[in-house]
Design a binder for this molecule. Structure first.
Ligand SMILES: [Zn+2]
Length: 302
């Protein structure tokens, strides 16, 4: 039954795979495959996958934040999803149909347990719309060599072959445009701009000069740094969604005094000056709970 499911891969994709491998000899490469699932003209009412035709037309690269090593490739899922949304705006019938990657740096001849785990979690995801996930593996510079279908119940079936096809294909160019748009959208986050990077670097340097090892936390589009200072004090910088324009809120928490905290707005002031001011307020208070949670909330709401 399976060999009545046709998998067609556009030559643009096959060539792109070989280029990606040649350009990255030491690390795994891969991509998210997009295309169309349609019933072959000859199909009757046979149950799937008989009579289904999968046409793979393009691959979305793993993205700027992907982790790539000789044995592992973890794509930047947020970036790939963003590119896919932009492509589907142009044709809602375009689907995420599968994935490919290459074992050329390690020579492992088949899918790894990690590969299978990730495919199983993909098909189990409620948002996955198709009856199967197509998976293709390259082993060397010659490109895609082995192909599988992972069914939604986790069953893995190897396909004997796929069919290359040619012809007009607008999708690689559309992927290139969507890619630029997705990257540009990321760049608009303030801490990716030159001024934003400078601001964050200056604050990090200030924290280090206080003897602290700052830790960053990125939550959606907002950024937070925290550091533990001497005397069991915790310093936290919460950056606004937009900067300049929003407040940079600095909180000094005394973890020994019932987590009493002192809050100030840094904005254009150097961080060290703000920390000094907070430290003075701590000394002047001489007691716990100087700043209330209400003060903190009021500052963040302004
Ligand atoms: Zn693998």
């Amino acid at each position: 039954m399976l060999n009545r499911l046709e998998v067609l891969i556009h030559r643009d994709v096959l060539v792109g795979v070989r280029h990606a491998i040649a350009a990255n000899p030491k690390v795994e490469v891969g991509g998210k495959l997009v295309g169309f699932i349609d019933r072959a003209a000859s199909a009757s009412a046979a149950p799937w996958p008989a009579g289904l035709r999968l046409r793979v037309v393009a691959s979305i690269d793993p993205g700027p934040q992907a982790v790539r090593t000789a044995t592992q490739l973890i794509p930047d899922g947020r970036y790939q999803a963003d590119v896919l949304v932009r492509l589907r705006d142009q044709d809602p019938s375009l689907a995420f149909v599968g994935t490919w990657h290459s074992h050329h740096p390690n020579g492992f001849p088949t899918l790894s347990p990690g590969d299978l785990d990730s495919y199983r979690s993909t098909v189990a995801d409620q948002r996955f719309e198709n009856p199967f996930l197509f998976a293709s593996l390259a082993l060397d510079r010659r490109g895609l060599a082995r192909h599988w279908l992972m069914l939604t119940d986790g069953t893995l079936l190897e396909l004997p072959s796929v069919v290359p096809f040619e012809g007009a294909n607008p999708w690689p160019d559309r992927v290139a445009v969507a890619r630029e748009q997705a990257l540009a959208a990321r760049e608009t986050r303030w801490f990716h701009t030159d001024a934003g990077r400078w601001r964050v670097a200056a604050d990090q340097a200030a924290l280090r000069s206080l003897g602290a090892a700052p830790v960053a936390r990125l939550c959606d589009d907002s950024l937070e740094w925290s550091a533990t200072l001497a005397g069991e004090r915790e310093l936290t910088l919460e950056y606004p969604r937009e900067w300049p324009g929003g407040h940079v809120v600095v909180t000094l928490t005394d973890t020994t005094a019932g987590s009493a905290c002192w809050v100030a707005v840094a904005d254009d002031r150097p961080l060290l000056e703000v920390v000094e001011e907070l430290a003075t307020r701590v000394s002047a208070s001489g007691s716990t709970l100087h700043a209330s949670a209400a003060e903190r909330v009021a500052l963040q709401d302004t």
